[in-house]
Write a protein that binds this ligand. Structure first.
Ligand code: AHR
Length: 327
């Protein structure tokens, strides 16, 4: 028994040492720093959408309010720029690195560098696809598969009585990005319950309004009988509206539209009847990210996965929510 307790104590000590090393930070070794001495490096994806702009503003405002210095970089949707930014934060020996990975794969090398430097990493908004979950301390963001499922459920209900095939065009987010992969997966899974629901075309619009417009213009030509567009974000849905109107059709009526995000412009289009349903994805992650940074600074272990609470909106609900919508 004594021997067992001894082994447990040694393993515990080793684990502590390892955790201290992995989460680095001065907190474990020297105690918490005053907040005005903390420095956080944030590597943002870009400014591709209304969602992203709201997310950036919220994060910057939350750190300012907390009195914590935030170094901010915009990767313009390029993974190599994000990797460069993270490397520069490592060089500058910031206390915590946070980032929203533009795509899921290809992060192990740079995250191992952060780990070796003893700098804890927090993922916000998007996940990385890695076998090694010790490369980040916490992942704060939405459940994108669930968002896709909610969109799929609305389509399933809307066409429950359809006896003929329903043609769907999917406007995908950035290729390889977690929300593009997961929203497609959740949607496909749910609509598979009705064999009449058919995705006849699926292409990336890179989460931008221009991309959504361009792809819809092209796809309407090859799929003139399309019934519904499922866009992985509001901006691409708003681009699709422009393309549908330019083709002399009525968005929301001739072609139904379902999107994800619920930013103000999207909600306005829903209130106007040009979009039919929106699944919310909240960009307001700043306050929770500040909390995680404070926990790390205090030597606490933040929850590994923190899922954002979100809802869905019909036209009536959008009309009601719009006057107080924050973003
Ligand atoms: O990762 C979140 C997604 O990224 C948002 O849904 C989209 O608008 C943004 O570009």
């Amino acid at each position: 028994m004594k021997k067992l307790i001894g082994i447990a104590a040694v393993s515990g000590a080793m684990l502590l040492a390892l955790t201290g090393c992995a989460s680095g930070g001065s907190a474990a070794s020297e105690g918490p720093k005053p907040l005005d001495e903390l420095v956080v490096g944030f590597a943002q994806v870009g400014a591709e959408s209304g969602w992203r702009t709201a997310n950036t503003k919220d994060i910057q405002a939350s750190f300012e309010e907390a009195g914590i210095e935030l170094k901010f970089s915009d990767a313009q949707q390029k993974q190599e720029n994000q990797i460069k930014a993270i490397r520069s934060y490592i060089q500058q020996q910031v206390d915590v690195i946070a980032f929203s990975p533009v795509v899921e794969t290809g992060w192990d090398a740079v995250l191992n560098e952060a780990k070796a430097a003893g700098i804890p990493v927090v993922l916000t908004d998007r996940a990385v696809d890695s076998q090694d979950d010790s490369l980040y301390v916490s992942f704060l963001g939405s459940d994108f598969v669930e968002e896709g499922e909610k969109a799929g459920q609305w389509v399933l209900d809307e066409y429950a009585d359809a006896s003929e095939p329903v043609q769907i065009i999917q406007l995908e987010g950035t290729t390889g990005a977690a929300p593009a992969i997961d929203r497609a997966e959740g949607f496909a899974e749910v609509i598979s319950a009705n064999p009449n629901l058919e995705v006849v075309a699926s292409q990336t619009g890179d989460f931008t309004r221009a991309g959504g417009k361009q792809v819809t213009e092209a796809l309407l030509k090859s799929n003139p009988d399309v019934d519904l567009i499922y866009a992985h974000n509001d901006d691409m849905g708003l681009g699709a509206i422009e393309a549908i109107e330019a083709a002399g059709l009525e968005p929301g009526v001739d072609i139904k539209i379902v999107t994800v995000d619920a930013v103000k412009d999207g909600m306005q289009a829903l209130a106007d009847g040009k979009i039919n349903f929106i699944v919310e994805c909240s960009p307001l992650l700043g306050a929770q990210l500040v909390d995680i940074v404070k926990q790390i600074n205090d030597g606490e272990t933040p929850e590994k996965r923190i899922i954002t609470e979100e809802t869905t909106f019909t036209q009536e609900e959008a009309i009601e929510a719009l006057p107080t919508r924050q973003y």
